[in-house]
Design a protein around this ligand. Structure first.
Ligand SMILES: *Cc1c(COP(=O)(O)O)cnc(C)c1O
Length: 368
């Protein structure tokens, strides 16, 4: 977490301990003011109105609320959802759940570059299609989907477009109006905020999107997400968004330089390849395959010094090869021999040199 975010959060644990839903006293007002500021900061980063932002416990909850909330609210219109095989589990597992409730889901394939085929997307729209659900940028390979084109298709067919933008927000410019997005999920801990807090953008006009709440209680967040608000977390998410808004361009430039340095060096290894489209991608992620390398073993030997992964943290408990890489057409062997590197706001040149040294040292002893 960015230390500036922590500073903004701290008073809301102690001095300003009020409940944002308490309207009858000054403690409540202080808390609710912090929430209002955060709502403006989040909205501003997305080009949205504050009234279009709902706070949640993170992107997993936001994805659940968007998918289940639309499915339930618009049940009379249809039951079909279109998504992509490389989405995050928060989306895929929710879609699986909806299939058990009578939903029909199309899981679009991706090309070797990780991108969806927009013609195939358009062809899969049915009269019963309620929602297109496609992520902004992929968490394992960083590939950015053709969001505006997807939105244009959704809008033309009168279908809602939900975008899991958890990896993109704060890394690259995301603008819900320009991009044509109707619902959008984000998470604080992916943009130097705290864990356990996120948001869902729900468009209020052109079109006005409605959702069926998935959690009932005190009617917080316009009845769409009941439960006492996590005021320190929300204040932190707001501050994290504000910092991203002013520093994103410079951060992206620096991260891309470091990422490219890493790639240039690692691509010297015979057979090494970068996975996914290298033009349409985030500045901070690279995913590289090393043929004849067993990534788990390499990861284990590096784990003393480096935090790398063979997939994303969300699925790294499993030893299956990454389903994202498999969906992109990589063989099991190549998928097993892949590592995902993430560069961050605080990564230094010296750290990157150290990473390169350790990896090349380890790979040399392992090459067949
Ligand atoms: C991390 C992530 C999520 C889940 O976010 P949480 O806040 O950890 O629940 C969902 N989608 C994508 C693309 C992610 O990267």
């Amino acid at each position: 977490m960015d230390k500036r975010v922590l500073q903004v959060m701290l008073p809301y644990f102690t001095e300003h301990f009020g409940n944002a839903a308490s309207r009858s006293h000054v403690f409540g007002w202080a808390a609710s003011e912090a929430v209002d500021i955060a709502r403006e900061q989040v909205a501003s980063l997305l080009g949205a109105e504050p009234g279009e932002i709902i706070f949640t416990s993170g992107a997993t909850e936001s994805c659940n609320l968007a998918l289940k909330g639309v499915f339930e609210m618009y049940a009379s219109k249809g039951n079909h959802i279109i998504t992509v095989g490389t989405e995050h589990k928060a989306v895929l597992d929710t879609c699986k759940h909806l299939e058990k409730l009578g939903g029909e889901v199309t899981y679009l394939p991706v090309g070797f570059d990780g991108l969806v085929d927009v013609q195939q997307l358009e062809a899969s729209i049915r009269p019963t299609t309620l929602l297109i659900c496609i992520m902004y940028a992929n968490n394992e390979v960083g590939v950015i989907q053709p969001i505006r084109h997807i939105a244009e298709i959704a809008n033309r067919h009168n279908v809602l477009f939900f975008c899991d933008a958890t990896q993109a927000v704060g890394k690259i410019p995301v603008d819900v109006l320009h991009d044509g997005i109707h619902l959008l999920a984000l998470s604080a801990h992916k943009l130097y905020g705290p864990k356990g807090v996120g948001a869902l953008y729900i468009r209020r006009k052109n079109p006005r999107v409605r959702l069926t709440a998935q959690q009932d209680g005190g009617g917080h967040e316009k009845n769409m997400r009941s439960g006492t608000l996590n005021v320190p977390g929300i204040a932190g998410l707001g501050k994290a968004c504000e910092i991203c808004q002013t520093e994103m361009a410079e951060d992206a430039r620096r991260m891309a330089l470091l990422r490219d340095k890493l790639e240039v060096a690692l691509l010297q290894i015979p057979g090494a390849q970068v996975n996914g489209n290298r033009k349409h991608r985030l500045p901070n992620i690279t995913n590289i395959s090393f043929p004849h390398i067993e990534a788990q073993g390499l990861m284990l030997r590096l784990s003393k010094y480096l935090a790398v992964s063979s997939g994303s943290a969300c699925t790294s408990a499993s030893i299956e090869p990454s389903y994202v890489l498999k969906a992109m057409g990589l063989t099991d062997e190549l998928a097993h021999g892949s590592l995902r590197f993430g560069v961050g706001r605080f990564t230094t040149e010296e750290e990157m040199d150290f990473v390169l040294e350790k990896i090349t040292e380890n790979l040399k002893t392992q090459l067949i």
